[in-house]
Design a protein around this ligand. Structure first.
Ligand code: AMP
Length: 191
């Protein structure tokens, strides 16, 4: 695995524990020489991950749309900053550059980006690991909802099982590195 994209908050969260978790992941990425791909901003815990990877001697590529370049203050010290025209272009560029995806605590923007890669894996447009870094058990409610989807048969077991979840950064990356993509989704005719 050469690169991983993180999706995470443009905020720092209510507790410093989120920033600490972001630092642990950044250190682990640099140690494994995995290039970080992220949104290219200087705000929130996304910037914490980026700054940690850089401080530890790793590589960071930011992908930021012109719309957010000023608002989210594009990070000027990255290994590479790619400026794109639209939010959609940003997501496709990140998907192209990354060998896997990790969601860290964040808000609706984080979930929007994560759901796209997770669902694209189901329909075979992507076949790359999608992981949730469940630091501070931030995502417990979402994970319960995925279980509910599976129990109610709106999410197939193989895609629920393909979703990587861990509270520990090193264990999460180990799981990403040994990921085997599930079969592409098939459909049943409605009764
Ligand atoms: P949030 O998790 O709500 O703090 O959002 C995290 C980041 O996701 C934001 O700073 C945006 O840069 C990014 N984002 C939000 N919505 C989208 C979208 N539709 N497509 C691509 N990036 C997005």
């Amino acid at each position: 695995m050469k690169s991983i994209a993180v999706f995470c908050g443009s905020s720092l969260g209510a507790s410093d524990a989120y920033r600490q978790g972001a630092i642990l992941l950044g250190k682990e990425l640099a140690k494994r020489q995995i290039t970080l791909i992220y949104g290219g901003a200087s705000v929130g815990i996304m910037a914490t991950v980026a700054n940690t990877v850089l401080e530890e001697g790793g590589k960071v590529i930011g992908v930021i749309p012109t719309l957010l370049e000023e608002r989210e203050i594009a990070h000027q010290q990255l290994t590479e900053l790619i400026v794109v025209k639209t939010m959609h272009e940003r997501k496709s560029k990140m998907m192209e550059l990354a060998d896997g995806f990790i969601a860290l605590p964040g808000g609706p923007g984080t979930l929007e980006e994560f759901f796209e890669v997770f669902t694209w894996n189901q329909i075979g447009l992507l076949q790359k690991p999608c992981a949730i870094f469940n630091m501070e058990r931030y995502f417990d409610l979402l994970i319960s909802f995925f279980d509910h989807m599976q129990n109610e048969q709106f999410l197939k077991a193989q895609y629920r099982e393909a979703l990587i979840v861990d509270e520990d950064a090193a264990a999460l990356l180990d799981k990403c590195e040994s990921f085997v993509p599930p079969a592409v989704k098939t459909y049943e005719l409605s009764k």
